[in-house]
Ligand binder design. Structure first.
Ligand code: GLN
Length: 510
């Protein structure tokens, strides 16, 4: 593996600024790495070699004129296939959008282009972002670079695996119930779900509008902060976008990296631990809490009693919103059209197309959502779920009156084996136990690598949650814990991951 691809985005940005490398070098190195290992990992659905190299050449030309557009100008990135990209296919991991090439860019993508980041390609995902393993992709699963027989988390397993396998220094994910943070946890990468409304949803193909949020997928907290500074901020095209000035997250991460937690009040969430949580995941979590204490944090236990209902609440609200969002895939407007024999009516074309175009999990959720919203059941299910959602927000309010941040393990277990939970939707849903409350309340959260569980040697994640709008806190505390970890482990966790050399090509790594 070339040393270039092992460097963080912040390091690559520095090398570019110093004139030690060109964006073309960096972009080529990552494209070569993709070629070498993606046959085995399958993090990408589309690789845009020509486009990325053309963008890199433009970046190099700008830089040589002294006109770099920002620190990340020239640093390549991968984008989850749920964000529209002009001229590049966008499938959302679904057959129903196979071959669809959007005529416009999502705002997040526009901001990446404006800041000069070459786009390497689009990453694999569970169909319409429904899942925790990326096995629900219509184009085949992504594999976890730590163990190719295991899942990389989901729904953004492609983005997390691309970053963990050094195929991209940066990626964009989306998090509706944990799809940035849980893949981060099980691949040993960093993932951030920003405050709801902090990053534009324009051009993000909606799973559940009131929960979806795009965010950074990286190898370090500083890289995530730098990327958030690029993609975040008000967008008049998204009516839920927050209109305010945000602080520099890069500065927050740099401030945290000193590792000093003096005076920071940390709440450990009582409900997000206990039975059903993997022993090694809990052991690593307890050690990290101990590190925070030694660094000066005041740690208390905080109860959020309504969190035990978060999963049930989410699986009413999400399918309700999703069933309505997915109604637009009607064989008329986008992508696939299946025309049955004879002289079919429009309704028959729709039915045949949706039958062939949607996978089982998508159909399951459409049925659930349609049921929960139907007139006789609306109050009993959807209405009740909205009330519990309010109680969950109140739990957060009460907790944040006592502490600055809340913490928990990001996911209850390490990466499971491919196929292990595919036939058991409930077991799959339980992966998001700890991540879902933040989406229901709109608060920001980060997952950072938290060491390897003793029993299986696989990565676990540490989650930090902050009040809405206080995203800077997740960067400050995340960077502090990352610095303490790096000192304790003698380097980044991903140094312990297998090389994947020659996993896909006989001639080995490049
Ligand atoms: N795994 C969760 C689900 O299946 C979260 C999905 C997401 O965040 N996009 O709904």
């Amino acid at each position: 593996m070339s040393e270039t691809v092992r460097r963080t985005a912040a390091e690559l940005a520095e090398a570019l600024a110093a004139g030690d490398v060109t964006s073309t070098d960096l972009t080529e190195a990552h494209l070569d790495r993709i070629e070498a290992v993606d046959g085995a990992v399958h993090a990408f659905l589309h690789v845009d070699r020509d486009g990325a190299l053309a963008q890199a050449a433009e970046s190099d030309a700008r830089r040589s004129r002294g006109e770099a557009r920002g620190v990340l100008d020239g640093v390549p990135i991968a984008v989850k296939d749920v964000l529209t990209t002009r001229g590049l296919p966008t499938t959302c991991g679904s057959r129903i959008l196979e071959g669809w090439v959007p005529p416009y860019d999502a705002t997040v993508v526009t901001r990446l282009r404006d800041a000069g980041l070459p786009i390497l390609g689009k990453t694999n995902m569970d169909e319409f972002a429904m899942g925790s393993s990326t096995e629900h992709s219509a184009y085949g699963p992504t594999r976890n670079p730590w163990d190719l027989d295991r899942i990389p988390g989901g729904s953004g397993g492609g983005s997390a695996a691309a970053v963990a396998a050094f195929e991209a220094p940066l990626a964009i994910g989306t998090d509706t119930g944990g799809s940035i943070r849980q893949p981060g946890a099980v691949t040993g990468t960093v993932g951030v779900k920003p405050t709801y409304g902090g990053v534009s949803r324009y051009g993000l193909v909606a799973l559940a509008n009131s929960l979806d949020q795009a965010g950074p997928v990286t190898r370090t907290v500083l890289d995530a902060a730098m990327l958030h500074d690029v993609i975040g901020g008000h967008d008049p095209r998204d009516s839920t976008s927050i209109q305010q000035e945000w602080p520099s997250f890069t500065e927050a991460a740099r401030a945290g990296a000193a590792g000093d937690m003096t005076g920071v009040r940390v709440g450990v969430i009582t409900e997000l631990a206990g039975d059903g949580w993997q022993r090694g995941v809990m052991a690593r979590f307890d050690e990290s809490v101990e590190l925070l204490v030694r660094a000066g944090a005041e740690v208390v236990e905080v109860s959020c009693p309504s969190f035990v209902h978060a999963l049930a609440t989410y699986y009413l609200i999400l399918p309700a919103e999703a069933s309505s969002n997915l109604a637009k895939f009607d064989a008329m407007r986008y992508g696939l059209r299946v025309v049955p024999e004879g002289d079919p009516s429009a309704e028959e074309v729709m039915r045949a197309t949706r039958d062939a175009g949607f996978g089982d999990e998508v159909k399951r959720r459409i049925i659930l959502g349609t049921y929960a919203l139907s007139s006789g059941y609306y109050d009993a299910y959807y209405g009740q779920a909205q009330k519990i959602r309010t109680l969950i927000s109140r739990d957060f309010d009460a907790a944040f009156a006592q502490v600055d941040v809340l913490v928990s393990p990001t996911a209850p277990t390490t990466a499971f084996r491919l196929g292990e939970k595919l036939d058991d939707p409930m077991a799959m849903y339980l992966n998001d136990l700890a991540t879902i409350p933040a989406n229901l309340a709109g608060v920001p959260g980060i997952s950072i690598p938290n060491g390897l569980a003793e029993e299986d040697g696989l990565p676990s994640g540490f989650q930090v949650l902050a009040p809405a709008l206080a995203d800077d806190r997740v960067y400050r505390v995340g960077a502090a814990l990352e610095a303490l970890h790096t000192a304790a482990w003698g380097g980044p966790l991903l140094d312990k991951a297998p090389e994947l050399a020659g996993a896909a090509t006989p001639e080995g790594s490049r």
